[in-house]
Design a protein around this ligand. Structure first.
Ligand SMILES: NC(=O)c1ccc[n+]([C@@H]2O[C@H](COP(=O)([O-])OP(=O)(O)OC[C@H]3O[C@@H](n4cnc5c(N)ncnc54)[C@H](O)[C@@H]3O)[C@@H](O)[C@H]2O)c1
Length: 375
């Protein structure tokens, strides 16, 4: 599958990091609306560049476009790619409104194309192993899940010194304007919807706790929520609480609570994060979760890939999954409907603000198949 990248910013380096592991993907060109960015990126990696999106879309060799632009450009770039007959893998979110995302999926459907969206970490060794444990019923019937996506006080961190491998600065203005819920909630909604199926309703609260995060630029909007909490009720009956924020101390934990114990991990950003089980024990007249944790084994070792700081993720795995699904003419695990459902879920949380009533979900999806190596 021949691919091209639109958007040569901070995250593009992450994709280039693990691309060599996916022999089925051949990167044939890159494009960015910023000519200096594309020139630097193209030179750094030795990949040809396109002068414009039109030039890229006219290249008949390109089968699939990776849309790595900023969230507010996703819709226009993905739409142009689909209309030109290209499959699209978009960074998250698929669209910053439900309308945008629905429209993209409708165009893809009409044209017989695939569209999918990050994150793809549900295809990780840790997520797939957790899911296997749940299918094996290791903690009994699941009643409740606590998922945390807290990143500490990012606005107080030296983020102006954060550079990607090829030297692109972390786009703090865009990150603060788009907000942590759009940026990070998907890392856990995609896992939870894979494990427990579609969500029925979302009761959420989101708020901007620190409006004056930056001094050098005016944020637009100035008050994007930097904290959100949501209770998700799944059609299957499971209830989950998901928090997202850039105020509380770093915490990416997941705890899945069943009748016979807790299954959990420390951080979903590591594809090989170890899984533990805390079983229920009874001592005399008390029943509690055993503080001594047991290990639940990962179904396989992660392939070796460069490890960069706060995460160990194979960003290209979702693109490879999509490419394989297209060539093998089988359903994509990160299907359009799955991505649309997760997009709706994240939007419901991000836009909840402070007076929201319970949101009833309008989309659904067919269950995903586990990865072949995790069945
Ligand atoms: N920064 C991170 O750590 C990170 C991690 C995971 C995912 N993401 C996601 O990746 C995406 C990109 O984020 P980033 O951090 O690389 O941002 P960035 O600002 O560093 O890079 C985005 C690039 O897209 C280009 N661009 C924007 N609109 C365009 C258009 N219409 N046509 C062509 N080029 C266009 C910009 O010029 C810029 O170079 C976002 O959706 C973000 O949520 C970011």
């Amino acid at each position: 599958m021949r691919i091209a990248i639109v958007g040569c910013g901070f995250v593009a380096d992450y994709y280039l990091n693990t691309l060599p592991q996916h022999q089925e993907l051949e990167l044939i060109g890159v494009m960015d609306k910023n000519p200096e960015r594309v020139a630097k990126f193209s030179q750094f990696y030795g990949i040809p560049s396109y002068q414009s999106l039109e030039e890229l879309l006219e290249d008949k060799r390109v089968d699939l476009v990776l849309n790595l632009t900023n969230p507010r450009s996703h819709y226009s770039v993905s739409k142009a790619c689909l209309e030109a007959g290209k499959h699209v893998y978009s960074e998250k979110p698929l669209g910053v409104t439900n309308q945008e995302a629905k429209e993209l999926v409708a165009i893809a459907q009409e044209k017989g194309l695939e569209i999918s969206s990050a994150p793809c970490s549900v295809l990780s060794e840790t997520a797939q192993s957790l899911w296997k444990g749940l299918r094996e019923n290791v903690v009994g019937k699941v009643r409740l899940v606590y998922a945390e996506m807290e990143d500490g006080m990012v606005h107080q961190m030296p983020y102006q010194q954060w550079l990607s491998k090829s030297g692109t600065p972390w786009p703090y203005q865009d990150e603060f304007e788009v907000g942590c819920t759009f940026e990070h909630a998907g890392y856990y909604t995609t896992w939870l919807t894979t494990f427990f199926g579609p969500v029925l309703s979302v009761t959420a609260f989101s708020s901007c706790l620190i409006p004056d995060k930056v001094k050098d630029v005016e944020l637009n909007p100035p008050n994007t929520p930097d904290f959100s909490v949501a209770c998700l009720k799944f059609v299957s009956g499971v209830v989950a609480r998901l928090t997202c924020g850039i105020v509380a101390p770093h915490n990416h934990e997941l705890k899945i609570i069943g009748d016979r114990g807790v299954m959990g991990i420390k951080d979903c950003w590591f594809y090989d994060d170890p899984i533990y089980i805390q079983r229920m024990i009874k001592i005399r007249r008390k029943v509690f979760f055993n503080p001594i944790k047991q290990k639940y084994p990962l179904v396989r070792k992660t392939p070796k890939f460069p490890h960069r700081g706060a995460q160990k993720m194979d960003f290209c795995r979702g693109v490879a999954e999509m490419a394989q699904a297209i060539t093998q003419k089988r359903p994509n695990r990160l299907s359009k409907e799955f991505c649309l459902h997760n997009n709706e879920l994240v939007n419901a949380i991000a836009y909840a603000l402070e007076n929201s009533s319970t949101y009833q979900m309008t989309t659904t999806f067919e269950p995903m198949q586990p990865m072949d190596w995790a069945c």
